[in-house]
Design a protein around this ligand. Sequence first.
Ligand SMILES: Cc1cc2nc3c(=O)[nH]c(=O)nc-3n(C[C@H](O)[C@H](O)[C@H](O)COP(=O)(O)OP(=O)(O)OC[C@H]3O[C@@H](n4cnc5c(N)ncnc54)[C@H](O)[C@@H]3O)c2cc1C
Length: 417
Amino acid sequence: MARYSIWSLARNALSHHQHWPRQWRSPEPKRHYDVIIVGGGGHGLATAYYLAKEHDITNVAVLEKGWLGGGNTGRNTTIVRSNYLWDESAALYELSLKLWEGLSKDLNYNVMLSQRGVLNLAHSLGDVRAGRRRAEANRLNGIDSVWLEPAGVKKIVSIINTSSTLRYPILGSTWQPRGGVARHDAVAWGYARAADARGVDIIQNCEVTGLCRDTAGRITGVETTRGPIAAGKVGIVAAGHTSVLAAMADIRLPIQSHPLQALVSEPIKRVLDCVVMSGAIHVYVSQSDKGELVIGAGIDGYNSYAQRGSFHVLEHQTAALVELFPIFARLRMMRTWGGIVDTCPDASPILSRTPVPGLYINGGWGTGGFKATPGSGFVFAHTIARDEPHPVNAPFSLDRFVTGALIDEHGAAAVAH
Ligand SMILES: Cc1cc2nc3c(=O)[nH]c(=O)nc-3n(C[C@H](O)[C@H](O)[C@H](O)COP(=O)(O)OP(=O)(O)OC[C@H]3O[C@@H](n4cnc5c(N)ncnc54)[C@H](O)[C@@H]3O)c2cc1C
């Protein structure tokens, strides 16, 4: 793999950028792989990369029914943070944030991590109590979270409306300075390029239509739109389609798939240099490097596999945005889009072996899995390679829906990001 550097940039500038090599190969599927990963989003590609890098398992294929990152990875609003409440979640999301901090260097690919800070606003006494509790719990877990009074919020975001006459006035906020945003496409492409360089086959336009098992019930491979492919182990990393894939092995998951949408405004000069989120009035916003406001809110209330949402959700979140930022009232919106998110009852993911030997599931990230991409890939690769969970993902196994040891992160997951 040719390394990206100032020298390769200069060399290619001299030849008018005509000779950059392809970032990854496009091989025909082999007949057999040690591991098949179903789903070429960030989590699937990261899993393949860490299988090769950390466990020396390189006879791996990532099968993607569309194009790389065309699922939620390329559709999300790119917020990265680790300020979750419970110890189990803090360990997982903080592992991810630490990996994010070295990711561009590790992958030799600029994932444009911008640690501009994340505010989670409080608008009621209940919010204030939950926010303070979460900030303290975060600090006990070594996470850089603090509680701010309204004046502290105003100091960070001068254009925000902190008036006490608001219908839902700002009563304070948590603040994580190391949170921020990263470039979603670059994350998929960076992992794909680095995995390919280690021998992983990345196969696009290849939909998995069935899971094959032997008479003892063990996974033996997959059926695809490009024919059957044998495999020793299969990892399902298919986000909104997690339960569809699991059903192919007769596994019924406690997951519901919902549309989640977002929108961007026309580009404007830089006015907002951190991420602002409100779980109570239900909107969040950041400003992209192109100057557009990137705006999101909650899931649509019904189940669907359509990658689009309803108008009233957009109407609600823009009303909430204007209440917080009257300065944005006359902005025009340019684009909206939607993804399909797989939500678990406790708003925490599933990273687990399954009752079917050789079959593993990484899903249920719902509205907030982008931030976990590196850590999720890292621990899921461990789970597949060793056939046992990494200590960080052990609490996120399927068993918890039987034992009742749920990890309720509805508060931290809050406004769907
Ligand atoms: C609008 C929106 C905003 C969001 N904002 C944030 C945010 O700000 N921060 C955050 O942390 N998270 C956010 N999320 C959630 C985040 O995007 C996801 O949790 C995360 O990207 C999931 O990554 P993934 O790799 O598991 O899934 P995906 O990127 O969806 O990848 C799964 C892949 O599996 C493929 N697939 C499905 N079925 C098959 C099959 N049968 N055969 C082969 N391939 C198959 C799909 O085509 C897809 O490419 C947001 C999501 C949306 C929709």
